[in-house]
Design a protein around this ligand. Structure first.
Ligand code: SF4
Length: 445
């Protein structure tokens, strides 16, 4: 039996949380812990929570309940909680009273304090709760244990200033703070030296990135992209998320000029009705969104466009919903994350009185998914016969022996026969079949 202590991190929610979990894994590795695949066998379990969807809350409390048994069998077992849910006082209060087996609670702004909290737990032998309300200075140079050797997330900014009326993120992640460009460049160069080919730049709204350089000049997001595009050895640049209201002509130009920017943009539209967009506080109209799509396609004709759409926002009429369907048909999205609106405590939309009945939301959701799947299937079918560069991610998730999977520049998942030794390389694959959610192909001669 190994004497090395182990950890297991369970991550809910978005890429920001995934990236934070890599930092936590890096800190635990530096503290001498090893990763344990089986959650219930680990010495420390961290649950990195998300508060964007109601359903994530329920899953989280269910998971906490399951951990009670392990604590009873092994009192030295440590349960730590972090992430967006821990930035909400009503959740902390519930955890404190109903889940006494939780040992450590920290928030999104102080993950760098985690090692300190663990040693305080050991010395004081009592629960540690430390949640900061604001972000303060960005802490640079934290360790990281990456999930993939060949691709990596890179945070370029934290927080959000937009206050979309359905969203809790500005309350849990604080106001926007951009990293300094030289810190980002240093991190990406180090990743490339370590074998990374693709980076995904992360921020709640990357388009409003504004970092100060050494000479205290402002660097915008498009300017940052040009700098990253010049890094030798880096092959692909992705980013998310782009708010349509801040998508500038300079960013469109960067798509034209920077060959390393992937052929994909995730551009959440959320709704096709101007009235609903206004109630969501999104600051654009459907016409403006369509114009943006046209301008990006003018410089990158085959670009893949994905989106997020919320169905059943308070006050959404049948006519409003038809406008969402209409916008989807006009754009022809490659894929879409579709959500049924659910009330988030503490957001302005919680107070809106004209909530849409559940059965209406579900009926609209089905209709929306049909429209989105139709365009996704058509866009994928149009790729048959094309030869794409595919970054190989490993064996196919569909479990067929001898099959690999990877991503095209357009972020499309491709399954194809090949040897696992190709993992982490970029290969040319000819597309032989286009399905709704993925492609099939064969390595091109
Ligand atoms: S832009 Fe809107 S949806 Fe995105 S994180 Fe900010 S408030 Fe939430």
């Amino acid at each position: 039996m190994s004497l090395t202590k182990t950890f297991h991190i369970q991550t809910f929610g978005c890429q920001m949380n995934e990236r934070d979990s890599e930092t936590l894994a890096g800190m635990l590795t530096d503290m001498g812990y090893e990763e344990q695949e089986v959650r219930n066998d680990a010495d420390i379990v961290i649950i990195n929570t998300c508060s964007v969807r109601e359903h994530a809350d329920e899953r989280f409390f269910g998971t906490l309940g399951q951990l009670k048994k392990i604590k009873e069998q092994r009192p030295e077992f440590i349960v730590a909680l972090c992430g967006c849910m821990m930035q909400q006082q009503h959740i902390i209060d519930r955890v404190k009273t109903k889940f006494p087996w939780v040992d450590v609670i920290f928030g999104t702004h102080n993950i760098h304090e985690f090692p300190k909290l663990i040693s305080a737990l050991a010395s004081e032998k009592e629960r540690q709760v430390d949640v900061w309300e604001d972000g303060g200075e960005i802490v640079e140079g934290l360790p990281s244990k990456r999930k993939f050797s060949f691709k990596s997330f890179v945070n370029i900014m934290y927080g959000c200033n937009n206050f979309c009326t359905y969203c809790i993120v500005p309350f849990t992640r604080g106001r926007e703070r951009s990293r300094r460009p030289e810190e980002i460049l240093r991190e990406v160069k180090a990743l490339v030296d370590d074998g990374v080919k693709e980076v995904t730049l992360l921020g709640q709204n990357v388009n409003s990135y504004c970092g100060m350089d050494d000479a205290e000049n402002e660097v915008t997001f498009p300017q940052l992209l040009y700098m990253l595009n010049d890094i030798e050895g880096l092959e692909r640049i992705r980013f998310m998320t782009s708010h349509p209201k801040d998508l500038s002509p300079e960013l469109v130009q960067a798509f034209a000029d920077c060959e390393k920017i992937c052929n994909h943009i995730h551009l959440p539209v959320q709704a096709g009705s101007d009235e609903i967009l206004k109630r969501m506080n999104r600051h654009y109209t459907s016409a403006r969104y369509l114009k943006l799509v046209d301008s990006i396609r003018a410089v990158r004709p085959g670009i893949a466009i994905s989106t997020d759409i919320i169905v059943g926002f308070p006050g959404e009429t049948e006519e409003d919903f038809e406008q969402t369907l209409d916008l989807c048909r006009k754009v022809g999205f490659d894929s879409a994350f579709t959500f049924i609106y659910s009330v988030r405590k503490g957001t302005p939309a919680e107070k809106y009185e004209d909530q849409v009945p559940e059965e209406v939301k579900h009926e609209r959701f089905t209709r929306l998914v049909d429209v989105v799947n139709e365009s996704a299937a058509a866009r994928n079918a149009a790729m048959v016969g094309k030869v794409c560069d595919v970054l190989v991610e490993g064996s196919s998730k569909h479990g067929q022996e001898g099959m690999l999977c990877g991503r095209t520049s357009g972020f499309k998942l491709v399954d194809f026969p090949g040897d696992e030794s190709l993992t982490g390389t970029i290969v040319k694959v000819e597309i032989t079949e286009g399905k709704t959610f993925s492609l099939r192909g064969q390595i091109a001669e």
